[in-house]
Design a protein around this ligand. Sequence first.
Ligand SMILES: NC(=O)c1ccc[n+]([C@@H]2O[C@H](COP(=O)([O-])OP(=O)(O)OC[C@H]3O[C@@H](n4cnc5c(N)ncnc54)[C@H](O)[C@@H]3O)[C@@H](O)[C@H]2O)c1
Ligand SMILES: O=C(O)C[C@H](O)C(=O)O
Ligand SMILES: [Mg+2]
Length: 628
Amino acid sequence: MSNFSNQIRASSSLIKRLKHLRQMSSNLVLMQTRSFTTTEGQRPTMVHKRSLDILHDPWFNKGTAFSMTERDRLDLRGLLPPNVMSTEQQIERFMDDLKELEVNARDGPYEPNALAKWRILNRLHDRNETMYYKVLIANIEEYAPIVYTPTVGLVCQNYSSLFRRPRGMYFSAADRGEMMSMIYNWPADQVDMIVVTDGSRILGLGDLGVQGIGIAIGKLDLYVAAAGINPQRVLPVMIDVGTNNEKLIKNPVYLGLQQHRLDGDEYVAVIDEFMNAVFTRWPNVIVQFEDFQSKWAFKLLQRYRNSYRMFNDDVQGTAGVAIAGLLGAVRAQGKPMIDFPKQKIVVAGAGSAGIGVVNAARKTMARMLGNNASAFESARSQFWIVDAKGLITEERENIDPDATPFARKVKETNHQGLREGASLVEVVQAVKPDVLLGLSAVGGLFSKEVLEALKGSTSTRPAIFAMSNPTTNAECTPEEAFSIVGENIIFASGSPFKDVDLGNGRIGHCNQGNNMYLFPGIGLGTLLSGSRIISDGMLQAAAECLAAYMTEEEVLKGTIYPSISSIRDITKEVAAAVVKEAIEEDLAEGYREMDARELQKLSQEEIVEYVKKNMWSPEYPTLVYKND
Ligand SMILES: NC(=O)c1ccc[n+]([C@@H]2O[C@H](COP(=O)([O-])OP(=O)(O)OC[C@H]3O[C@@H](n4cnc5c(N)ncnc54)[C@H](O)[C@@H]3O)[C@@H](O)[C@H]2O)c1
Ligand SMILES: O=C(O)C[C@H](O)C(=O)O
Ligand SMILES: [Mg+2]
C-alpha cells in the first residue's frame, strides 16, 4: 500500500513537473513570438530578387539598414557603405539633411544653390542615365562644376547625409579575404573603367573617409560625358580602411568604418587584394587611382604600374595638364616652346600633385635639352619647391625621398640669399620666377605680399597657376592676380572662376587648369589601344596633344587651356594621341575586332576616326523583351 501510495505520489509529482515544463515551454514560445513580433514587426518577407534589384525597389529597400547576414544572403555585400545602421540612425541622417538643406546648399559666394542642383541631377542619374548624360553633355560648362569640382567636394563633405541610392562598390577593411567573391556582386559582366579612392585626401579637403566615394562618381561622370565610356561599364569604388578624421569617427551617422586607418603592410594587403579581385574578374579593366594621400599615392603607383593597367590621376594626370599649361605660358610670351628649359618655376606644395608636376616638367625640359644626364641635371636647377616648412634644401631634416632630387643645394641658396625653410615671399623675391604654381591645398597662399613680389618677375608675362581645389583652396583668385600683378599675366586655376572684367572692354582670361582635360583621354586611349600598361610615353603624348590643341592666336590672348565646352573633342584627340603612342611603343594589343595588326595599319586620321566611332553617346536604344 505504502508502495502504491508512493507510486501515486511520485506519478502525480511527475505530472505536476510535466505540466510545469509544458507551461514553461509554452511561455517560452509565447516570449519568443512576442519578442519576434516586437523587434521585427512581421514574419520574414520572401523576395525573388537579389542585388541591385532589391536596392532599387522601394518596397524592399532598407538602404544602410540591411544586416550583414542579409547583405551576404541577398548578394548585397559591397554594394552598400560598410556601416550597418539602425532605422533610428537612418532617420536621424535623413532629418539632419532635410533640416540643413538651406544652409548646406550654398557652395561659396558664387553658387547659392549648388547642392540643390546636385540633388536634382543625382535623382535624374538614378532614374534615367541616358537623359542624365544628355543633359550633362549639352550643358557641360554649367553642370561640370556641380557634378565635378568644386561642388563634388561639398558633396563628399556631406555624403553621409546626402546618401540615398548607393552607386558603385565599397570594400572595407572588414572584407579582407572576401573581395574575390564580393566583386561578383557587381551586376555588369564587363567593366572598362574603375575610379578608386581610399578617401584619404579628397581635393584639398583632407581625409573624408568613406564619403570620398563622391569623387570617384564625379570623375566617372566625366569619363562618360567627355570620353564616351559606356555608363554601364564604369564602376566607382571606395576602399574603406577607416579614417583619421576624428569628427567622422565620432559622427553617429557616418557611413564608414569608425576606426583609424589601416597602415603599413595591412593597408597594402587590402589594396593588393582589391587589385587582384578586379583584374581577375575583368582582365581588361583600367583602374584610375584618385585622391590617395601622397604617402601612398607614389608607392602604390610604383607597385602596380608595370603589372596592371592603372595610373594615378593626381600624380600623372595633373603633371600632364600642368606641362601643357606651362608650355602654353611659354608660347604666350611670344617664345617658342623649346625655350621651356629656361623658365624659372616656383612650386608651392610638395605632395602627390606638386612632386608629380616637377618630375614630369624636369623630364620635358631634359628632353628638349638633348635627353642626356647633363640635360637632366641642368633641368633640376629650374625648380624651387616650397612646402609647409618653406623652401626645401639639402639641409631639410627627414626630407621626403620624393622631394630629394629637387632640394636646392646649399651653395645655390647662399648665392641667392636664400636658406632652408625660406618663406614663399622670400623665394619669389629672390628667384623672380617666370611661373608661380600652387598645389598646396592652402586657400589664399598667394597673398598680397607674394603677388607683389611676383611683380619683380623677369618674365615678360608671368604665369600664375592656382591649381588647388576646390574653389576656397585656390592659392589666389583671378581678381587678386590681375589686380596686383598686372593685366599682362597668364592665370589658371584648378576650379573654375569667371573671367575678370579689366575695364574698357578688356577681360582677364581665367583658364581652368584641371586634370579633367587629360584623364578621360588617357583612359579611353588605353582602352582602345589595348595596351597592358600606361607608359610614360603615352602620358607624355597626352600632355603634348593638349598643349598643341590651342592655336597661336588663342595662346597669345592668354587662353592656354580649351574651354570645357570642347571637352569631348579634346578628349577624342588626347585618346587618339595615346593610341598612336601605344602603337609606336609596340604596346597596343587591340580592342575587340580591332586587333594589334589592324591598329598598326591605321593612319593618324583613321585613329581619330576609330576613337570617335567607339565613343558612347546618350541615345535611347529600342528595347525588346527576350525570355531566356
Ligand atoms: N588642378 C588639378 O588638376 C589638381 C590635380 C591634383 C591635385 N590638385 C590639388 O592640389 C592640392 C594638393 O594635392 P596633393 O595630393 O599634392 O596634397 P598633399 O596634401 O599631399 O600636399 C600638399 C602639399 O602642400 C604643402 N603645403 C601645406 N601648406 C603649405 C604652405 N603654407 N606653403 C607651401 N606649401 C604648403 C604641404 O607641405 C604638402 O607638400 C589639392 O588641393 C588638390 O585638390 C589639383
Ligand atoms: O578633382 C579635381 O578637380 C582635380 C584633382 O584630381 C584634385 O584632386 O583636385
Ligand atoms: Mg584628384
